[in-house]
Write a protein that binds this ligand. Structure first.
Ligand code: URA
Length: 428
């Protein structure tokens, strides 16, 4: 089938066959199908959807585009974790070392920034020297030695996801349940963990805006897990405001390290704690509470060990100045007295993209040092003129664009804002 015929099937809302999907994506990987043709297909799939079978076939195409990694020769219980993407979501950076520090083996394949959301891989690469594209052998060596690794899709692991992901990022085709489900689950199913813990974000800063869609996405991913004989627990968690105070690569690494030092008690810290408890509970595993664990210093050590094993400079845990940092800062002040509401959390993520912290085109490199520190959580009482946020920027043009975005993100309300839960529901 010609690529244009394959694209037409989806454009017209018809169903693909398994064979045609295998052929189209196989040809894409070998260079016979062009990026622009896949971009057109992604838009067609975004608009017309993929049914359950097509989603399963796409997931299989992505898994089979690379090798799969059996972890059977590594002792211990293997856990994987993934988020569907949010603003300021640095949970993986904290929970991976936390879980590894109690003896679990945490094998995580992550992505780069997508749309308005930052990616764990981009964040980690703020650490000088740190490599996220490692061979399968090295990935397993790190897991055996440290018990934790966070690596990127690569030519060896889910290479098709790497290519689709970077096209979706710049063609407005991210927010599709089957495309998200196949992208996330292919990365999780390519690596043989015992438990896949998913954080499905919902709200005005997530790709998924409604609890119904978040539940549907969770169901698709849990069912992809079951079809492949794997256990998946999906947590639908709130993304109606940025998670924690830092948004931007270096800044988020710092906040995650501060959490591991016991210095962060905000919504980000509380979500890490809850997800840790849920994972331990799901595994019936005997492990201390987060506060006790952090007091031992072991999670911080585990983070430093993981960084070192991936070629990064472990001194980062004591010296943040070795990471890139933007040269200029400016405060954004509260326009009135009242209660702070994040009416458009996506705008905070896009402000960081405007600053250079995310990509506008797939070949763009990113600026790890820019970002935003938010001084108030949603619902906080604020006084007119007090700083709501500090913007870390490199040049005036990007600052202007970021400020315009940020102004649309907040509202100061005269009435209190109702509290929202951190975790809306859990599906298994
Ligand atoms: N994370 C992924 O890996 N893929 C998506 O599509 C969204 C979030």
């Amino acid at each position: 089938m010609l690529p244009q015929e394959f694209i037409r099937v989806k454009r017209d809302g018809l169903k693909h066959t398994r064979e045609s999907m295998v052929e189209f994506f196989g040809k894409y990987l070998s260079g016979e199908v062009a990026d622009y043709q896949v971009s057109a297909w992604l838009m067609a799939a975004f608009l017309k959807g993929l049914d359950e079978e097509e989603t399963y076939w796409l997931t299989s195409c992505i898994i089979n585009s690379g090798q799969t990694v059996s972890l059977d020769d590594i002792d211990g219980i293997k856990v994987d974790k993934h988020s569907s993407g949010g603003v300021g979501d640095k949970v993986s950076l904290a929970i991976v070392p936390l879980l590894a520090s109690v003896g679990l083996v945490v094998s995580k394949m992550s992505g780069r920034g997508l749309g308005h959301t930052g990616g764990t891989i981009d964040k980690l690469e703020s650490v000088p020297g740190l490599r996220t594209e490692v061979s399968i052998e090295e990935f397993k060596e790190i897991l055996k030695k440290v018990g934790a690794a966070i690596v990127a899709q690569s030519n060896a692991l889910a290479p098709l996801d790497k290519q689709l992901y970077s096209l979706r990022d710049v063609t407005s085709t991210v927010e599709s349940l089957p495309l998200i489900a196949s992208s996330i689950m292919s990365k999780k199913l390519a690596v043989g963990s015992d438990l896949i813990s998913l954080d499905v974000k919902v709200g005005n800063g997530a790709f998924i805006k409604t609890p119904e869609d978040a539940k549907r996405l969770s169901q698709i991913m849990v069912s992809l897990g079951k079809q492949n004989g794997r256990r998946v627990v999906a947590h639908v968690t709130d993304m109606n405001e940025p998670l924690g105070s830092a948004v931007g690569n270096t800044l988020e690494v710092i906040e995650a390290i501060e959490f591991l030092k016991g210095n962060v008690q905000n919504r980000f810290g509380r979500l890490v704690m809850e997800l840790y408890e849920h994972t331990i509970h799901a595994l019936h595993y005997d492990a201390p509470k987060v506060e006790q664990l952090i007091a031992t210093g072991r999670p911080l050590e585990k983070f430093a060990d993981m960084v070192a094993a991936q070629g990064g400079d472990p001194r980062v845990v004591d010296d943040y100045s070795i990471m890139p940092m933007a040269p200029h800062r400016v405060d954004l002040l509260a326009p009135a007295t009242g209660y702070l509401e994040y009416v458009d959390t996506t705008a905070v993520g896009l402000a960081v993209v405007e600053l250079g912290g995310g990509r506008k085109r797939k070949e763009d490199s990113i600026d790890h040092g820019v970002g935003i520190i938010l001084h108030k959580e949603g619902g906080s009482k604020v006084e007119e003129g007090e700083p709501l946020a500090t913007i870390y920027y490199r040049d005036e043009n990007s600052l202007m664009a970021a400020k315009n975005r940020l102004n649309a993100a907040f509202r100061v309300s005269s009435t209190p804002i109702p509290e929202r839960p951190l975790i809306w529901s859990v599906l298994e």
